[in-house]
Every structure is written in structure tokens, then in C-alpha cells.
Ligand binder design. Structure first.
Ligand code: SF4
Ligand code: ZN
Length: 343
């Protein structure tokens, strides 16, 4: 016998919600999923009427669902937001070129303006070229640092008030686990925040409206709504450590679905012992971007790439950063250390 939707008790249930276990029909699932995101937005006061909000759009399921749901809620609840899509082209052949085609279709489907900023334009390097120089081990370090800054720069160009990204509950829980495993207390304290403060940090505030949305539900939503998204993995994706955290989290979820929310709540309620040193934010002396060091991470990586010293930004070489910044010559030994490819 078909199971009835436990919410409307009218239609036939089409799915079991991964987050709650409720059997729902399609329209009750859509409603529940969208309402939870609305609640997240309202209770964390993510937006103010009249703001321009840039949606970091990669063409993947998360940002596609985010763009779709924000557009729906903006109309349903009259948020009065000006929404636009902001994409980063990392210059990865066979991956980003294809996923950007998806974003371009999304632009048509959702009727939202789209801006694409590229690594090549901003830094003079594509990820293809970076991988040629640094290999496949630390490429994501370069990519992650450059992406963060690229989104900010694009957002500044467009005079955006806030950036929102498609990070979901699984991503947040995974990051909590990773930071625990690495003992990275500064990041552990920050990583569950739903938005970065608008003051003090310098950058454009960022928020994660999908913070409490389960990845499995995002996939179901995209599937039943027939959203157009791109699901291929990056061709340069090694990131082994995050992969382990991810597998671990999926195993936990299989035993007890609430594990994801529980880890997020644990992260949110941790208090950091006084006396733990937190980095002080200043600005980069080369490009003016926020940084806790003389040079921002992006500039350090870039200087390293441009001088053929790819190791400069990996690991701690602060003394050498100062030397390079002061345009002092490096000793042969120092050069050798930073050139090594086997890092
Ligand atoms: Fe960049 Fe690594 Fe992500 Fe590929 S997997 S897009 S290289 S961060
Ligand atoms: Zn910089």
C-alpha cells in the first residue's frame, strides 16, 4: 500500500526526508526545505531589505539550489534583495569551462545577472598553469586562497553588500571535524559562524544560508525540481585529508542522521579557553587585502609562483616573506629550499 504524506495526509509520499525521517510528498518536501532556509535567514538576520547579494555560483548542486531557493524566498517573503550571480573561473580545462556553461544557463533560467572573474585576469595564472608548476599535491591550497580573494574582488567590483555561498550542513560539520583533527583552534572557533562580521574584518560579509541543509536533501531538491546543475568533480581534486573527514561523517550519518546537526551544534557551542592566541587582522602591504601577516596569503603564493619558488606559501617561511618583500636577495640555500617540488 502506498504511504501517505505525513504532512498533508492527502498525497502519496514520494520520499523519506534524510534529515528527519518523515515521509513526504513532493510539494510538502519542497515547502519544508524552503521554509527551513527561510527560518535560517530570518533568525540569523542574514539580510536587510534593499541589499545587493552576490551568490557565489559554481554550477554545482549547492550553489544552484541556493540561487533557486533565494529567488523563490525573495519573492515569497518580499526580502527586497537584489540578487546576482558571481562565478570564479579558476582556469581548469575539462571542469570549470563546462561548469561555467551550466552557470550561464542558470543565468537565463533564473533571470539573474552574472559576472565571471578569472584567476588569469586577476593573478596572471590559471590553475592549469599552476598545477604544471606545483604538481598535484598542494594545488588546492593555491586554488582555495585565490578563490576566496577572487570572490571578494568580484563582489567589490559589483558593489555587493553581501556574498552568500552554498556551503551546506555536511560541509560545515566536515570542517568542524577537520579543525578538531588538526587542532586549529582559531579556525574551529570561526568555522561554524553563519556569517562573517560586517565590521572589523575588512572583507565583504559572507553568509551560508544552507548551513543547516543536508547535502542529501539538496540533491533530492535539485532532482525533484529538475534543476540544471553540473556534477563532475574537479580534475585536480586530491584533498585526501578532507576526503577522510567526509567518509567518516557519511559513516556516522548512516548510523545516526542527526550526527551532522549534532557536530554543528557542538562546534557552535564550543568556547575557546582564554589565552589562546588569535591572529590580529591587518592589511597586506602589497595588495591591500585583509591579512594577519605583512603579505596576504594570496600575494605570498603569487610571489612564489612568479619567482619559480612554489614552496614559499606552503608551510611557515615568514622570515623569507619579509626578505622578499624588502627585495633582498635570497641565499642559494634559501632558494633551493623554496624550489623543491617534493613538498
Ligand atoms: Fe580548486 Fe582543488 Fe577545488 Fe579543484 S579541487 S577547484 S583545484 S580547490
Ligand atoms: Zn596581498
Amino acid at each position: 500500500m502506498p504511504i501517505q504524506c505525513s504532512s498533508c495526509a492527502k498525497n502519496r509520499a514520494m520520499l523519506r526526508r534524510p534529515k528527519t525521517g518523515h515521509s513526504l510528498c513532493k510539494s510538502c518536501f519542497f515547502w519544508a526545505f524552503e521554509e527551513e532556509i527561510h527560518q535560517t535567514i530570518v533568525s540569523a538576520r542574514l539580510f536587510n531589505p534593499g541589499e545587493t547579494v552576490g551568490i557565489g555560483a559554481s554550477g554545482g548542486k549547492d550553489s544552484t539550489v541556493l540561487a533557486h531557493v533565494l529567488k523563490v524566498l525573495n519573492e515569497r517573503y518580499d526580502y527586497r534583495l537584489k540578487l546576482l550571480l558571481l562565478s570564479v573561473d579558476e582556469g581548469i580545462t575539462g571542469y570549470r569551462d563546462d561548469s561555467l556553461e551550466t552557470v550561464k544557463r542558470n543565468q537565463q533560467q533564473y533571470d539573474l545577472p552574472l559576472t565571471i572573474v578569472s584567476y588569469e585576469e586577476l593573478y596572471g595564472w590559471t590553475m592549469d598553469a599552476i598545477v604544471k608548476q606545483v604538481g598535484l599535491k598542494n594545488n588546492c591550497t593555491f586554488c582555495g586562497v585565490f578563490r576566496r580573494q577572487a570572490l571578494d574582488r568580484g563582489a567589490m567590483m559589483l558593489n555587493v553588500d553581501k556574498i552568500c555561498t552554498g556551503h551546506n550542513a555536511d560541509d560545515v560539520a566536515e570542517t568542524v571535524l577537520m579543525n578538531v583533527l588538526r587542532g586549529d583552534i582559531a579556525r574551529l572557533r570561526r568555522c561554524t559562524a553563519i556569517s562573517t562580521a560586517s565590521d572589523g574584518e575588512g572583507g565583504i560579509p559572507r553568509c551560508k544560508p544552507l548551513k543547516y541543509a543536508y547535502e542529501k536533501e539538496i540533491v533530492l531538491y535539485a532532482y525533484f525540481k529538475k534543476l540544471d546543475y553540473f556534477s563532475t568533480e574537479c580534475v585536480y581534486s586530491p584533498n585526501a585529508y578532507r576526503g577522510h573527514a567526509r567518509t567518516f561523517l557519511k559513516d556516522l550519518e548512516a548510523v545516526r542522521p542527526s550526527a551532522i546537526m549534532d557536530i554543528i551544534h557542538s562546534g557552535e557551542n564550543l568556547s575557546v579557553k582564554e589565552g589562546v592566541k588569535m591572529p590580529v587582522q591587518g592589511t597586506c602591504s602589497r595588495c591591500g587585502y585583509i591579512s594577519s601577516q605583512a603579505l596576504c596569503k594570496s600575494c605570498v603564493l603569487l610571489v612564489g609562483l612568479n619567482r619559480g619558488l612554489p614552496k614559499l606559501g606552503i608551510g611557515k617561511h615568514h622570515r623569507l616573506h619579509d626578505k622578499i618583500l624588502a627585495q633582498q636577495a635570497l641565499t642559494q640555500q634559501e632558494e633551493k629550499k623554496l624550489k623543491a617540488m617534493n613538498f
